[in-house]
Each structure stands twice: as structure tokens, then as C-alpha cells.
Design a protein around this ligand. Structure first.
Ligand code: C2E
Ligand code: CA
Ligand code: CA
Length: 725
């Protein structure tokens, strides 16, 4: 084996460089040529001083050193060499044979000792042995350093990985986990090693986690990926979402000695895996998903999710032969509140309404915001229509109490249309549409109630279109008529007032009553035009009778909420009255409690203004609206009109009598005038008289009649009175 290639540890180009030092030049050159013959690169130094100079300028692998030399001896050279080239090996070649000198040299780091005079063969053998040994040591050190560097590199890579990196043994216990687990979940790697991975797995995901690892076909080429929740350390029970990729460790590529080192070294590893924190992505996904299927204001499912659930529920109901209900809810008066109090208040109201509606529902029902102030409700399994009407009544009742928005107290009602599967349709679109149609029916009939869809309604919806067109024409062609119903003094039987009630002389369908077209007129905003015509006509008719001698004759007109809520309501009303030269003192307007409660502040301003101009104000249908009696003494009200339902109950129900008694007593106390509506019988009249009810109105005295009939009636009664007085 060539020197410089000992056991393959030296590369061929790394020829060993040897410095030969002696004070005897002959010996130096003899030794040098001996070594050169063996292939070493030799530098000769004559004496210690020369040697030190050479050491300063060139590098050597070995030095063959004489000990006893003048001036600078072998020990001094050793010291110099140790300082300048500590890696350089030293073999002492010396005539010195004292034990002390030799051991001193060996202590100072000499690798071997050859005595002069030397046997050339022995010397070469010693040199080769020493060089070989030294080369091995160096190679080992080299490997050690490289290993340490490589381990540091790998540790760095593993620990600064953005993911948790782990290894599990055959029983699923951690045998390695990188330090990332500390910053992500709060555990120290040491406390997890030896524990089963279930320890950090959220309970809900344990089954999936175990199944995934035991799957038959997983391998490094086909790793298992799954999403699980991992528990963070500590008591707060927080979890984070992780995407785990795991596969079995191949024993061929991971031939890690089992008895290698202490814990955490990954010995016994059966599985290798990474866990990536995907919590943020998950949360973003969840939010996007929520946004796509929910209304952000009320946090209710939106139209898309509702339809989805309805579709599912229909499939289920069909299979199980069950019934389900779809409700269409539309808030009454929401638009007015939104317009007057602003959108922020409108939003708050929608949230509050949602809250109340939700409190009426069972688990499994889906309430959704369909848009604006429209909601839909799915009751996925009901026994029959009665279940649905019970919920509808509950919903209506839930909205009855006023809502407090800042300092405003507002009232909203709700109109509900109900479509039952399969009677009202067997497809999603049909059910929603029919519930909507049923809801419109409720609106047209006076709101704040519920109604089931029936086939006749869908006919009505085309009919509605015709009616709307006809109504527009009616306004142009003056087909509206004003009828008058007398209001009679209970004690004198004298006509003291006339209530104007609108009729429509329809060219084909004959005389129509307000119930047939007023709802439509309100929805289509034709109501203001309608009212204008009625008021003009009534002012002209009654004005004429006033001028003809009935100076105290009162004209009562009904006003719709849409008109009263209009910002220019007072001006428009007074302009018309003036245009007809009608005395404002003879005019009484009838409004309902609900109109007042909708916006107490604005309405009270308007009513005060009107009262200031002499116009009288009556509360129509008193007792049927939201009874907040508080407003009665705060507003300039002159008359209460007891609703006909109470009057008609006078001889049938005890409760109604009590209400009539109470209303009349209260009106006396507040010094308000009373008109009892819907008086049909003598008995009712008698009873009202005993309670000292001032005025009555109803079929007992006659229905509303055209102006010509009233003219005659007025002439008759004046005549009667003239005779009796
Ligand atoms: P209302 O103001 O409560 O009018 C009384 C209603 O009861 C009238 O029905 C009248 O014909 C009816 N009635 C009168 N006496 C009796 C009775 O003894 N028994 C029974 N069962 N009913 C009686 P009508 O004319 O169909 O009016 C219905 C509603 O339409 C009115 O209720 C009023 O709120 C509204 N309305 C009528 N005309 C107008 C109008 O010109 N403008 C506005 N905005 N609403 C009107
Ligand atoms: Ca009325
Ligand atoms: Ca009434």
C-alpha cells in the first residue's frame, strides 16, 4: 500500500509532508532520502532554529525530531510546532536514551520514539504505523465533526419546519416530536414522548385518527391525509384544526438501532407524520360558508339555505308520507318605521323581531330571512294544519308587545301565509309561492293575522291583476261613490253626523264594498288618489247640507294609515277642505289606534296642528288595537268609537258587555264623546242608553246610503223635529 493512501483514508493527492530536523546534516539527508524513497514529501531542517523558520512558512503533517541540538533543542521546536501547527504529528529520533527525556517528549505529545542509530527498516515501519494510526484518528474526528454538523442541520430543518413533525411507535405512542408542538399546542416534546397520540387528539376525532393509521394500504408513496382537531395544553379546552399526513416508516430506510439512546430519538418508530395547522383556513372557510348561506344582519339562514333545507324536507316527507308547512311572514308597518326612524333603527328592529320569532320555534324548524322584512319558516314535520296555526298564533302574539328602539316604542305586526305539503303543492317553488299568495290575502284583509293557502287564492292572484287595472280606470272614470251612514244622538234620535264610506260602482261586478278593494288600493298606493276623491265628494255633499240649514252636521271621514303617515298630510287635507269651502269645525277624522302607535311623536304633532285648526279627531274601532291608553290624554282626541264587535256582543257575551261598560266609563272620565258602532237592535240601543252613551251608529238606524237618500232623510228628520219641538 502506497503511503498517503493508508487504508484508503488518504486520498492519493494528499501526500504526507514530513519535516526532518537534526543538527547533523549528514543524518538529516540520510533520513530524508530514506523517507523520500518511500514516497513522502520531505523537507530538511539543519538544527532547531532552521526548523522553527520552516514551521513558520510551510505546513507539515509530521516532524521527525532530534531532541538534543545546540541553541534551539528538540523540546523548543516541539513547543513552537505545538503553537503554530498543533495538528502536526511528532516522532522523536534521538540518541537520547534517558527515560526522563523520552517520557518528557511523549508527554509533550510525541507519538513515538526512535533511537539513534536506527535500523532503516525499523524506522520506516514505525513511521508507517504512526502515520496510519494518526490518519485513522483524524478521519474519525473528521467524521465526528461532519456528523455533528449534519445532525445540527437536520435538527434545524425539523424544528424550524412550519409543521409539527412526529414519529409514532407500533402502539401509536410518540417516539419523536419536534419542538414546533410547543409553540403550536403548548406541550413540551419531552412530555409527549412515550404518550399515545390520542392524548392530544380531540375526543370527537379519536375514532377517525385510529382508523386512518390502521388503514391497510398506506405507504410512503400513498400517505394518509386527514383533518383532525388537536387539543391545546391546559384547561381551556381549546382545539385547533390540523391536516395530518402520515405513513408507515420503512424499516429498510430507517434502520435505527433500538438501543440507541434515550427517549425522543425516534427509535421504534413505526409511523412518520407531519401535522399542519389549518385553523385559520378552516375558520375562513367556515366564515365564507356562513356568509354564503346566512343573512349577516339577523344571522338567520338566507334564501339559498332555506330552499336547500326545504328541498330535503320535501324528499323526506314524501318518503315518510308526512306533512310539512311553509310559512311566508311579512312584517306590517316595517317600511314606515324604517323610513321614519332610519335604517339603523330598522336593522335593530329586524334583529329584535328575529329574536322573538326564534323563541317560538322548535329544534329542526328553519326560520330564514327571505329579504327585506320578509321571512320564511319551514316546519319540517307537523301532524296537521292545526300544528301550523298554533305556531302562527304564537308568532303573531310574540310580536304584539311593543319594541323599544332607543326612546321610541314601536309596534309591528306580522302577516303570515301558510302552505301545507302536499295539499298546497309538492314542489319547493310551489310551496313558497303559495305561502306568499296566502300572505297577500292576509294583508288585503287587514294584516296581523294568518291564513292557509287555498286553490281559490291562486285564482285571486290573476284576479288581483285585473282588479288593480280596473281600480286605476275607476279613478279616471269617477266610478267611486260616497255613501253616508248616519250618526244619531242616542237621546234625541237626531242625526248629528254622517260617516262617509266609499263604494265602487264597478261596471260589470256591481257595487263593491271597501273590503273588496281597499287593501289593494293601499298596496298599490292608489289610496291617496282614492281618498282625495272621497273627501272632495263628501265635503261638497255635506257642505251643501250644512249651508242648507244643518249647521252642526258633522262629516266623519276615514283615513288610511298611508295618508296619515305622509309628511304633508295636514297640508294636503286642509287644502282640499279649503278648496271645497268646508268648515273645518264640522269635520271629524277617524283614525285607528295602530296608526297612532306606529309613530306616536309625529302623529301627535300632526293631530295637534289639525285640532288647532278646529278639526275633530275620533279613534275608530276603539278597543281592538294595541291598548296603550297612555296616549289618550296626551293627544287632542274628541271621540271614541266603540268597535262594533263589542256592541254586537252586548246580548251574547258577558265579557263584551264589560268592555263596553269600561270604555264608556273611561270616556266619561276623560270627557270624550262616544259613538257606539254597529248598533243593530233595540236591545243594544237600550243598553247603551242606560250607560249614557252619547251617540250611536248602525243598521238599526240604517246602513250607509247615497247622498240623494240622505238628503231626503235629513229633510224628514228636520221635519219630525220641527213637529216634536
Ligand atoms: P269602519 O270605519 O269601521 O266603518 C264601519 C263599517 O261597518 C262600514 O263598512 C259599515 O257599512 C259597517 N256597518 C255600519 N253599521 C253596521 C251594523 O250595524 N252592523 C254591521 N255588521 N256593520 C255595520 P264598510 O263600509 O264596508 O267599510 C269598511 C271599512 O272600510 C270601514 O270600517 C273603514 O275602515 C274603511 N273605509 C270605508 N270607507 C273608507 C274611505 O273612504 N277611506 C278609508 N281610508 N277607509 C274607508
Ligand atoms: Ca270609520
Ligand atoms: Ca269602525
Amino acid at each position: 500500500m502506497a503511503p498517503g493512501q493508508t487504508n484508503g483514508h488518504f486520498s492519493p493527492e494528499a501526500i504526507t509532508r514530513i519535516l526532518v530536523v537534526d543538527d547533523e546534516p549528514r543524518l538529516v539527508s540520510a533520513l530524508a532520502s530514506l523517507l523520500r524513497n518511500c514516497g513522502y514529501e520531505v523537507t530538511e531542517a539543519n538544527g532547531g532554529k532552521h526548523a522553527c523558520e520552516l514551521i513558520d512558512t510551510r505546513n507539515f503533517d509530521f516532524a521527525m525530531l532530534d531532541l538534543r541540538m545546540p541553541e534551539v533543542d528538540g523540546f523548543a521546536v516541539m513547543t513552537h510546532l505545538g503553537r503554530r501547527q498543533p495538528e502536526c504529528g511528532i516522532i522523536v529520533v534521538s540518541g537520547e536514551s534517558s527515560f526522563a527525556a523520552v517520557s518528557r517528549a511523549l508527554r509533550r505529545g510525541a507519538l513515538d520514539y526512535i533511537r539513534k542509530p536506527f535500523d532503516p527498516e525499523e524506522l520506516i515501519a514505525t513511521v508507517k504505523r504512526v502515520i496510519g494510526k494518526q490518519t485513522l484518528v483524524k478521519a474519525h474526528e473528521d467524521v465526528q465533526v461532519r456528523l455533528e454538523k449534519s445532525e445540527a442541520l437536520h435538527r434545524y430543518i425539523v424544528n424550524s419546519s412550519p409543521d409539527i413533525v412526529f414519529m409514532l411507535d407500533a402502539n401509536g405512542r410518540f417516539c419523536f416530536i419536534n419542538s414546533k408542538v410547543e409553540s403550536m399546542l403548548g406541550y413540551m416534546p419531552d412530555e409527549l414522548c412515550g404518550r399515545n397520540f390520542r392524548y392530544i387528539l380531540d375526543d370527537r376525532d379519536v375514532a377517525r385518527g385510529i382508523y386512518a393509521l390502521n388503514a391497510p394500504d398506506i405507504s410512503a408513496d400513498n400517505p394518509r391525509t386527514l383533518e383532525v382537531r388537536l387539543k391545546t395544553r391546559g384547561s381551556q379546552k381549546a382545539t385547533r384544526h390540523f391536516e395530518i399526513t402520515a405513513f408507515p416508516v420503512d424499516p429498510q430506510t430507517w434502520a435505527h438501532d433500538q438501543n440507541n439512546r434515550g427517549g425522543g430519538g425516534g427509535q421504534n418508530a413505526c409511523y412518520y407524520g407531519t401535522a399542519r395547522d389549518v385553523t385559520e383556513r378552516k375558520e375562513a372557510e367556515a366564515f365564507i360558508n356562513f356568509q354564503a348561506y346566512h343573512d349577516l344582519l339577523t344571522r338567520l339562514p338566507n334564501r339559498a339555505l332555506f330552499k336547500d333545507r326545504l328541498e330535503l324536507a320535501i324528499t323526506h316527507a314524501r318518503r315518510e308520507q308526512q306533512t310539512l308547512a311553509v310559512m311566508f311572514l311579512d312584517l306590517d308597518r316595517f317600511k314606515i318605521i324604517n323610513d321614519t326612524l332610519g335604517h339603523a333603527m330598522g336593522d335593530r328592529l329586524l334583529q329584535a323581531v328575529t329574536h322573538r320569532l326564534e323563541s317560538c320555534l322548535r329544534k329542526g324548524d328553519t326560520l330564514s330571512r327571505f329579504g327585506g322584512d320578509e321571512f320564511t319558516l319551514l316546519l319540517p314535520s307537523i301532524r296537521g294544519p292545526e300544528d301550523a296555526s298554533q305556531i302562527a298564533r304564537k308568532l303573531i302574539k310574540a310580536l304584539k308587545t311593543p319594541f323599544l328602539l332607543g326612546e321610541h316604542e314601536v309596534f309591528v305586526g306580522v302577516s303570515i301565509g301558510i302552505a301545507i305539503y302536499p295539499d298546497a303543492g309538492d314542489s319547493m317553488d310551489q310551496l313558497i309561492q303559495n305561502a306568499d299568495i296566502a300572505m297577500y290575502h292576509v294583508k288585503a284583509k287587514g294584516k296581523d293575522s294568518y291564513s292557509f293557502f287555498s286553490e281559490s287564492m291562486s285564482v285571486d292572484s290573476t284576479h288581483r291583476l285585473h282588479l288593480e287595472r280596473d281600480l286605476r280606470l275607476a279613478l279616471d272614470r269617477n266610478e267611486l261613490r260616497v255613501f253616508y251612514q248616519p250618526q244619531v244622538c242616542a237621546s234625541t234620535n237626531q242625526i248629528v253626523g254622517l260617516e262617509a264610506l266609499v263604494r265602487w260602482q264597478h261596471p260589470e261586478r256591481g257595487l263593491l264594498y271597501p273590503g273588496d278593494f281597499l287593501g289593494l288600493a293601499e298596496e298599490t298606493k292608489l289610496i291617496s288618489q282614492l281618498s282625495e276623491q272621497v273627501l272632495d265628494q263628501a265635503c261638497r255633499d255635506v257642505g251643501q247640507w250644512i249651508r242648507a240649514g244643518h249647521q252642526n252636521l258633522r262629516l266623519a271621514v276615514n283615513l288610511s294609515p298611508v295618508e296619515v303617515e305622509h309628511p304633508r298630510f295636514v297640508e294636503t287635507l286642509m287644502e282640499r277642505v279649503k278648496a271645497c269651502k268646508f268648515p273645518p269645525g264640522n269635520l271629524e277624522i277617524e283614525i285607528t289606534e295602530n296608526v297612532i302607535m306606529n309613530d306616536l311623536e309625529q302623529i301627535s304633532l300632526k293631530l295637534r296642528e289639525l285640532a288647532g285648526l278646529g278639526v275633530r279627531i275620533a279613534i275608530d274601532d276603539f278597543g281592538t288595537g294595541y291598548s296603550s291608553l297612555n296616549y289618550l290624554h296626551r293627544l287632542p282626541i274628541h271621540t271614541l268609537k266603540i268597535d262594533q264587535s263589542f256592541v254586537q256582543g252586548i246580548h251574547s257575551g258577558v265579557d263584551d258587555v264589560c268592555i263596553v261598560n269600561a270604555i264608556i266609563a273611561m270616556a266619561h272620565g276623560l270627557k270624550l264623546e262616544i259613538i257606539a258602532e254597529g248598533v243593530e237592535t233595540e236591545k243594544q240601543l237600550e243598553y247603551l242608553r242606560t250607560l249614557r252613551c252619547h251617540q250611536v251608529q248602525g243598521f238599526f238606524y240604517g246602513p250607509a246610503q247615497p247622498a240623494t237618500d240622505i238628503s231626503k232623510l235629513l229633510v224628514q228628520t228636520t221635519a219630525c223635529n220641527a213637529i216634536s219641538s
